[in-house]
Design a protein around this ligand. Structure first.
Ligand SMILES: [Mn+2]
Length: 201
């Protein structure tokens, strides 16, 4: 299997050393799991909260999305908590769920036409550690060249990727420039970019 193309980009609230936005990915055989977390607030306590949630997901990522979000919410009940989105990719299937305001987009890229279309993924209301009423688990199909982008609310929303079209097929650079161009000065900020490659038969 090809090494997955994923870039993780993050920066703390300007002037802070610690970042409450935490993100990572794991590979289990043919299944990838990507997670983006925003620990409540910013600074050292937000970092602890963000790390706790991310570590929980790292340990429990093999269970169903419903079970993962529910148990994580319960486990963070007495903690500061935060918001999170998790994506699982297996073959061409993307499974995605988000509680709170981590934004997710599936970007359908037509390599030959040099066009792309952004599909905004679902966000359910609530907070990890503070409860949520509903979890929508989306299942979508990926085509080679497609991108999955996830970012915290410290990053201004994306409407299209026009400004970054020249680097659209370089997920390292794309993640870095989106963070540079879109990060707010008033919060921690992070961006995860996953580039779906052609799966060899
Ligand atoms: Mn935030």
């Amino acid at each position: 299997m090809l090494r997955p193309q994923i870039s993780l980009n993050r920066r703390a609230y300007p002037g802070e050393a610690d970042c409450g936005d935490q993100l990572d990915w794991w590979q289990d055989g043919k299944r990838l799991c990507c997670c983006v977390v925003d620990g409540l607030g910013h600074g050292p306590l937000a970092k602890v909260a963000g790390c706790e949630i991310l570590q929980f997901v790292g340990r429990q990522r093999a269970v169903s999305p419903e079970s993962l979000f529910t148990t994580c919410d319960k486990a963070m009940n007495k903690e500061r908590g935060g918001v999170m989105a998790v994506a699982w990719i297996e073959g061409d299937q993307l499974t995605y769920a988000s509680v709170g305001n981590i934004a997710g987009y599936l970007v359908h890229v037509d390599v030959e036409q040099e066009t792309h279309r952004l599909e905004q993924l679902n966000m359910d209301r609530g907070m990890i550690g503070g409860g949520f009423k509903r979890l929508t688990v989306q299942k979508l199909t990926l085509t080679a060249g497609d991108l999955l982008i996830m970012h915290s609310d410290g990053v201004n929303p994306l409407y299209n990727l026009e400004p970054w079209q020249p680097v659209i097929d370089n997920c390292e650079m794309l993640g870095r420039v989106i963070l540079e161009d879109q990060a707010k000065q008033t919060d921690d900020a992070c961006v995860l970019v996953y580039h779906h490659q052609r799966v060899k038969p």
